[in-house]
Design a protein around this ligand. Structure first.
Ligand SMILES: Cc1ncc(COP(=O)(O)O)c(C=O)c1O
Length: 429
């Protein structure tokens, strides 16, 4: 955020509402109030009493006061014309710092996570990098899950490791072991990913957050797999939530993005400074697309969960499958914790095959509706072979994943068609 923007925000926080309304009507579309941070924070607070889907549809989506357009326009302008030198219109000067479309999306994601501040990035890893870069210093240590997303491990190990950030991978499903790892040495950050990618392990957010706070650490939860519809880490005590919005929030596999949400003004200011100063923000178009996707998150997630449950039931009946990893199963080791901290159990399912790596590859390459691809969380079903795809970068490390494992991102198609697709792929084994 530029000094101008900062000053302007402060000015607005202490200025009465009329000033904003006056500008909005007099100056036109580009000035609509979303940019005004004090007003936007107030609106986010007002939204908190409303249901999830109402927030998803309305947060950050005030109609345009000039034209009446129900959907706020996409603001592509890189730069903004001030009233006079140093006298900005609603704080906008240059789009790397602030942009009305990005502001709208940030307000929406904050409302969905039940947080006061949303900060959006060009990718999930960009968001993670901003957290680490802004909040940690050389010699600081991160205690993190031993099965976090491979790219998260690569970022922490290969980019921040050489800069002096240390990390201790632990089995976060073993709360006692994780708490011990947090206590045994100074811990600056606890990094939780639950459910984890791709092993679907469940970590107890509340217990680990309490241990992290006791040790003076900042607690981060990667909420990508659950989405804010199914899990609310801030309400469980976490300091920061991070997302790859490329997944369920965008929801249509057509936009890469990331976001951070927090209730702490201090943490938000630090992360936002990296967004601005390191030039890592989401583009207006990407923010616009993600906003559109996120409006339907609740209905999509319900359908993802329904279909995942049907697929899990079918997989459990197959002799070719040695194990189904899905937290909704009563015999999943994390089931009770998941039932406590999640609304439902999500659309991601992993399973292991008796035929080992060859069988896993054969199934991965034989499905038709389940498209073989890296990503997840879109409306279409995707198939992933983690050992050689998403998690190839952790081969040979303690985060290596089994080579007989397949990961499904179960889409919103008709469940019977998805099962028929798996059936024909299994028939080829
Ligand atoms: C759980 C999780 N976190 C973070 C990321 C990184 O997000 P992005 O690919 O948007 O950079 C991913 C990507 O797959 C992920 O699955």
């Amino acid at each position: 955020m530029s000094e101008n923007k900062k000053d302007h925000n402060n000015e607005h926080k202490t200025t009465d509402h009329k000033h904003t309304e006056h500008n909005a009507t007099e100056q036109g579309t580009a000035e609509k109030g979303a940019a005004e941070q004090g007003v936007s924070e107030q609106r986010a607070k007002d939204m908190q009493g409303l249901g999830f889907s109402t927030r998803a549809v309305h947060a950050g989506q005030e109609f345009d006061p000039i034209t009446g357009a129900v959907i706020p326009p996409l603001h592509m302008s890189t730069t903004y014309h001030p009233h006079s030198v140093g006298n900005l219109r609603l704080g906008y000067d240059y789009s790397r710092g602030t942009n009305p479309t990005r502001d709208n999306w940030q307000e929406q994601i904050a409302a969905l996570e039940g947080g006061a501040y949303g900060i959006s990035f060009a990718s999930g890893l960009g968001a993670e990098d901003a957290i680490i870069r802004s909040l940690l210093s050389p010699r600081d240590r991160i205690v993190m899950g031993n099965d976090v997303y491979g790219g998260t491990h690569r970022l922490i190990d290969k980019i921040h490791g050489p800069n002096g950030i240390r990390h201790t991978p632990v089995d976060m499903t073993d709360t006692a072991a994780a708490v011990q790892a947090i206590r045994e040495d100074a811990t600056a950050m606890v990094w939780i990913e639950t459910p984890s990618n791709p092993l679907m392990k469940i970590a107890d957010i509340e217990a680990l957050t309490a241990a992290g706070h006791e040790a003076g650490a900042i607690v981060v939860v990667d909420n990508t797999f659950a989405s804010p519809y199914l899990q609310s880490p801030l309400a469980l005590g976490a300091d920061l939530v991070v997302h790859s919005t490329t997944k369920y929030l965008g929801g249509h596999s057509d936009v890469v993005g990331g976001a951070v949400v927090t209730n702490s003004e201090e943490l938000a200011d630090k992360v936002r400074f990296i967004q601005f100063a390191a030039g890592n923000q989401s583009s207006p178009f990407d923010a616009y697309m993600t906003t559109r996707g996120a409006k339907t998150l609740a209905v999509r997630m319900e359908r993802h969960c329904d279909n995942a449950e049907a697929v899990v039931k079918w997989l459990r009946g197959r002799k070719e499958v040695t194990k189904v990893l899905y937290p909704g199963l009563a015999d999943h080791p994390g089931h009770h914790v998941a039932a406590r901290q999640m609304k439902r159990f999500g659309g991601m399912v992993s399973f292991r095959l008796a035929g080992g790596a060859d069988a896993a590859r054969a199934v991965a390459e034989s499905t038709e509706l389940f498209r073989l691809a890296e990503s997840l969380g879109g409306i279409e079903s995707l198939m992933n072979y983690p050992a050689e795809m998403t998690h190839a970068s952790v081969k040979g490390t303690e985060l290596e994943v089994p080579d007989d494992l397949l990961r499904l991102s179960v889409g919103i198609e008709d469940a019977e068609d998805l099962i028929a697709d798996l059936e024909q792929a299994f028939a080829r084994l």
